[in-house]
Design a protein around this ligand. Structure first.
Ligand code: ATP
Ligand code: MG
Length: 468
C-alpha cells in the first residue's frame, strides 16, 4: 500500500520540532524587524519635522525686506550658518507668491525640487540623489502673502540609520536562527531521548518472555507515564498469557485422564476372550468415561464462547423469582436422595435483564455443588431478594466448609479443593468458573464465604439492568 503521509512526516520528530521552531522564530523576528523599522522611521521624521518648525519660526522672525521682496538677514545667516547648515544637510529658500520663482536661498537649496502649487505644510520630495523633508510656510506682510519660506532637511542621515538597522537585521537573523535552531534541536533531542530509550527496551521484550519490564527510572512526566502504562499493560498481558497456558495444560491433562482410563479398560478387556456379560459391563464403563469426556469438552467449549463478545439482542427481561422456583422444584428430588432439606427463600417478582439459558446454568451449577458437597441430612437454602440496584441470589449449604486458602482459587478453571479431588463426586472444576463468567456477562459478580465445620454461602448480586 502506498504511504499517504507527506514527505516531511517521515523526518524524525526532533527535526520536525526544530524546523517548526526555526520557521516560527524567523517569522517573529521578521515581523519584529518590520515593526522596528516603521516605528524608527516615524520617530525620525517627527523629530526632523520638529527641527524644521523651529528653524522656520526662527527664520521668519528675522527676515529682511527689500523693495517688497523678502530676504534672509545678511549678516547672521549668510556669514556663519551656511557651512554648518550645509553639513547638516539643511537648505532654505524664499519663493515668489506663486511659488515658481526663487527670491533668495541658503545651503544646497537648488537640489530641493520645487512644487507646482505652493501650499502650507510638510512634504517629502525626491531630489537628484537624496530625499528631502520640506516645510513650506507663507511669508505675510500686512495680512498679505508676499512669498513662501521653504526649509528642507535632507533625509540622507535618516536613510543611513535605517540602512544600518536593516543590515543588522539581515546579518543578525541567520545568526539568531542558527543559535535557536541548534538550541531547539538540543532541547528536542533531550526531551525525546527517554522515548528512544523506552522504544529500544520495548523492542527487546519478546512474546515468549513477558517478564521483562521497562522499569523507567526517570521523572513521572509524560514519558514516565507512558513507560508506566506500558509496564502495567505487560503485567496484564503476562497474567492473561500465564492463565491461558495453564488453562491449556489443565484442559489437556483433564482430557488425558479419561482417555488413559478408556485405553486401559479396552486393553484389559481385549487381553483375552470375554463373555457377552463382561463385554456389556465394559461397554457401560466405557460409556461413562465417554460421557465424562463429552461433558468436559462441552463445558470447555461453553467457556470459550462465553469469553467472546456476546450479542445483546438475545437478552430479555427475566423474572428470577420464577426461574429460581422452578429450578428448586427440579433439584428437590435429587436433594431428597441424600435427605437434604431444601429451604426456599425466594421473593416473587425479581426482574433482571439477561439470557435465561445462561442464568439457568449459573444457578444450576451452584445448586449442583450444594447437592454434591452437602453431607447427608444437611440443609440447603436458596434465597433471592431485591435491593435498589441488584437482585441478590444466595445458595447456602451446611457442611465442612472450604479452607480459607482454597477460597481465593475457588473460581479458577479446573480448581477443586484438595479433599474433593479424590472423591467420585464433582467434575473437572469448571462449574464455578462458568458461574462467575456468566455473572460477569450480566454485569454482576459471585462471592463466597465459608465457615469451617458449619457451611458455605455463595452470593451473586445481579444488576436489574446491566450497563445502566
Ligand atoms: N457448596 C460448596 N460447599 C463446599 N465446597 C464447594 C462448594 N461448591 C464448590 N466447592 C468446592 O469448590 C470446588 C470447585 O467447584 P466447581 O463447581 O468449580 O467444580 P466441581 O464441582 O468440582 O466440578 P464441576 O462443577 O465442573 O462438575 C469443588 O471441587 C469443591 O471443592
Ligand atoms: Mg460444580
Amino acid at each position: 500500500m502506498r504511504d499517504l503521509r507527506q514527505p516531511w512526516q517521515h523526518l524524525p520528530l526532533r527535526l520536525r520540532l526544530t524546523l517548526w521552531y526555526v520557521v516560527l522564530l524567523a517569522l517573529t523576528v521578521l515581523l519584529f524587524g518590520v515593526y522596528l523599522h516603521v516605528q524608527l522611521e516615524r520617530r525620525l521624521i517627527t523629530s526632523t519635522d520638529g527641527a524644521l518648525t523651529v528653524m522656520a519660526t526662527q527664520m521668519l522672525s528675522v527676515l529682511d525686506e527689500e523693495a517688497g521682496q523678502p530676504q534672509f538677514e545678511e549678516s547672521d545667516f549668510q556669514a556663519t550658518r551656511p557651512p554648518r547648515l550645509d553639513e547638516a544637510g539643511f537648505a532654505a529658500r524664499l519663493l515668489t507668491p506663486d511659488g515658481a520663482g526663487v527670491w533668495d536661498g541658503l545651503g544646497a537649496y537648488t537640489d530641493v525640487p520645487m512644487l507646482a502649487e505652493p501650499g502650507e505644510g510638510y512634504s517629502q520630495r525626491m531630489g537628484v540623489d537624496s530625499e528631502w523633508r520640506v516645510l513650506m510656510q507663507p511669508v505675510r506682510h500686512g495680512g498679505q502673502i508676499i512669498g513662501w519660506l521653504e526649509v528642507a532637511q535632507s533625509l540622507d542621515s535618516m536613510e543611513e540609520t535605517l540602512g544600518t538597522l536593516r543590515e543588522l537585521l539581515v546579518l543578525g537573523l541567520p545568526l539568531i536562527l542558527l543559535l535557536a535552531g541548534g538550541g531547539g534541536f538540543f532541547l528536542a533531542e533531550r526531551a525525546l531521548r527517554p522515548i528512544k530509550d523506552v522504544t529500544l527496551t520495548a523492542r527487546g521484550i519478546s512474546a515468549s518472555d513477558l517478564s521483562q519490564r521497562l522499569n523507567y527510572g526517570g521523572p513521572p512526566d509524560e514519558v514516565g507515564q507512558l513507560a508506566r502504562t506500558f509496564d502495567e499493560m505487560l503485567d496484564r498481558l503476562q497474567v492473561a498469557w500465564t492463565q491461558e497456558r495453564r488453562f491449556t495444560a489443565d484442559a489437556a491433562h483433564e482430557l488425558r485422564t479419561p482417555l488413559t482410563v478408556l485405553k486401559g479398560q479396552i486393553e484389559v478387556t481385549r487381553s483375552r476372550a470375554r463373555s457377552p456379560n463382561e463385554y456389556e459391563l465394559t461397554l457401560d464403563q466405557l460409556k461413562e468415561q465417554v460421557e465424562r469426556l463429552i461433558r468436559l469438552s462441552s463445558d470447555l467449549l461453553f467457556l470459550t464462547r462465553l469469553d467472546q463478545a456476546r450479542p445483546m439482542q438475545v437478552w430479555e427481561e427475566i423474572d428470577l423469582g420464577h426461574l429460581l422456583a422452578s429450578l428448586a422444584d427440579q433439584i428437590a428430588p435429587l436433594l431428597a436422595t441424600k435427605q437434604i432439606q431444601l429451604t426456599n427463600d425466594v421473593m416473587p417478582h425479581l426482574l433482571v435483564y439477561g439470557e435465561s439459558d445462561l442464568l439457568i446454568r449459573l444457578f444450576l451449577n451452584l445448586l449442583q455443588n450444594a447437592y454434591q458437597y452437602t453431607p447427608e441430612d444437611g440443609q440447603v437454602t436458596l434465597g433471592a431478594r431485591k435491593d435498589s440496584e441488584t437482585v441478590r441470589v444466595s445458595v447456602t449449604n451446611t457442611g465442612s466448609g472450604i479452607p480459607a486458602a482454597a477460597l481465593a482459587h475457588l473460581f479458577d478453571r479446573f480448581y477443586r479443593v484438595e479433599e474433593d479431588r479424590s472423591r467420585n463426586t464433582g467434575g473437572a472444576g469448571l462449574g464455578l468458573a462458568m458461574a462467575r463468567e456468566i455473572a460477569h456477562v450480566h454485569g454482576g459478580t459471585i462471592t463466597v464465604e465459608s465457615d469451617l465445620g458449619k457451611g458455605t454461602i455463595f452470593v451473586a448480586p445481579l444488576p436489574h439492568y446491566p450497563g445502566r
